[in-house]
Each structure stands twice: as structure tokens, then as C-alpha cells.
Design a protein around this ligand. Structure first.
Ligand code: DX5
Ligand code: ZN
Length: 224
């Protein structure tokens, strides 16, 4: 009944051919482009910023899902909104004023979400449910693609699913539940059963062998 969405992460794409890569995953059936922003400060890696988001934007029609792994958060929000981001998520412990940052994202015209590291407690959800369009659970520690799925994410997913369902049953707005890290063809069913509806897949998609149908082939197997 829930609609499942696949969000390929550009972190594992060929950055020298990024326009071509995002067009290829869109053509292969991707629902979102997951855009990983790392600052070598909040996380131990450095990727790309609003300029690259703006450059990618005209290549696809699907929404761009910007995952901010940066500290501070607020001053980069407007830049990503102007660069064509549709969804902006951030890590609550990286923001001085979580409620304000969520409001800033929505005022900029984007959907807003909080990201939880494997050991970040869900208490950050307590007072901001009405300001969320998405919750993103990290199933690896942020910073790198190609890591192994941390199994403790499954009970955490079930807990967030229950909170979202209760919220919506009480008349609350729709909140999507996304999972990020180590999602592969062989574990996605289990992750979906735990309650996720949106699946980031970086290495699983971008390392898909041509012999197995390339990006389209793996996207089909992820959805199956
Ligand atoms: C990790 C990033 C993820 C990463 C996922 O910090 O937020 O989006 O690219 O890559 P895979 O799917 O390879 O674990
Ligand atoms: Zn991510």
C-alpha cells in the first residue's frame, strides 16, 4: 500500500560524468536523486555543494534529495534551495536550533527532514513531528559509500514506523521514512518489512554490472 521509492546516491557515481549518470539512473527508474553533501568537519569526507546541485538540476526531472552532513547547517540551506533541491535533510546534533532549521528549509520551499546516525537517539523527534516531511535513518556511520548495513537499524526503523503511523492516525501530515547505507538487493526486503518506504542505494546501483542489466537491472531487483 505504501509507495516504495529508490534514491540512488551520487556518492558512488562517476563524478566526471555526473550529468550523464543522473540521467541514466532516472531513465532506469529512480524516484529521487540522493545528493550527499560532506564537509570534512561534521563527517570525515568532502564532496560537493550547491554549485554541483545546480549543475545537476537541469539533467533530471525527479526530485533532488539533499542529505546535509555539514556543520553549521543553516547558512547553506538557502543556497541548496536556490540550486534546485526539493528535499533537504540534516543531522539534528549538527544544528544549534533544530526547530529553526526545519522551519528555514520549509520557508525556502523544500521538504524537510531529520537524519539519525546509528547511535543518535530518537528523542530528537519529540517536539518537531509537525515540521517533518521525512525521517532518514542512517544504517551506516555517515561519510563513505560501500559500508556494511548495521543490523541495529532494523528495530530502530520499526520504532520510527510506529511513531509515524500513530502520528498519521491522529491526523498528522505524511512523513516518509528513508534508510541510508548498505542497502542491497539481498537485504532490501527485510529493510522494507521493518517500515522504510524510501531506500538510498549508492554502491548497489552504481556498481551494477552491465551483464546483469546495469542500472535498470539492479533497480528492478531492488523493487522486486
Ligand atoms: C553515507 C551516505 C550514503 C552512501 C550510501 O554517508 O550518506 O548516502 O552514499 O552508499 P551505499 O549505498 O554504498 O552504502
Ligand atoms: Zn546519504
Amino acid at each position: 500500500k505504501r509507495s516504495f521509492r529508490i534514491a540512488p546516491s551520487i556518492l558512488s557515481a562517476d563524478f566526471a560524468r555526473l550529468g550523464e549518470e543522473v540521467r541514466a539512473v532516472e531513465a532506469a527508474g529512480a524516484d529521487l536523486i540522493h545528493f550527499d553533501v560532506m564537509d570534512n568537519h561534521y563527517v570525515p569526507n568532502l564532496t560537493v555543494g550547491p554549485m554541483v546541485c545546480e549543475a545537476v538540476r537541469p539533467h533530471v526531472k525527479i526530485p533532488i534529495d539533499v542529505h546535509l552532513m555539514v556543520r553549521p547547517v543553516d547558512r547553506i540551506v538557502g543556497d541548496f534551495a536556490r540550486a534546485g533541491a526539493n528535499i533537504i535533510t540534516f543531522h539534528p546534533e549538527a544544528s544549534e536550533h533544530v526547530d529553526r532549521t526545519l522551519a528555514l528549509i520549509r520557508e525556502a520551499g523544500c521538504k524537510a527532514g531529520l537524519v539519525f546516525n546509528p547511535a543518535t537517539p530518537l528523542t530528537w523527534l519529540d517536539h518537531v513531528m509537525d515540521k517533518l516531511d521525512m525521517v532518514l535513518l542512517m544504517s551506516v556511520n555517515p561519510g563513505f559509500g560501500g559500508q556494511k548495513f548495521i543490523p541495529a537499524t532494523l528495530p530502530k526503523l520499526r520504532a520510527v514506523r510506529a511513531r509515524i503511523d500513530a502520528w498519521q492516525a491522529a491526523g498528522g501530515q505524511e512523513i516518509r521514512l528513508e534508510v541510508d547505507g548498505g542497502v542491497k538487493v539481498d537485504n532490501i526486503a527485510e529493510v522494507a518489512a521493518a517500515g522504510a518506504d524510501t531506500f538510498v542505494a549508492g554502491s548497489a546501483v552504481f556498481s551494477a554490472p552491465d551483464a546483469d542489466g546495469g542500472y535498470r537491472g539492479v533497480m528492478g531487483r531492488l523493487r522486486a
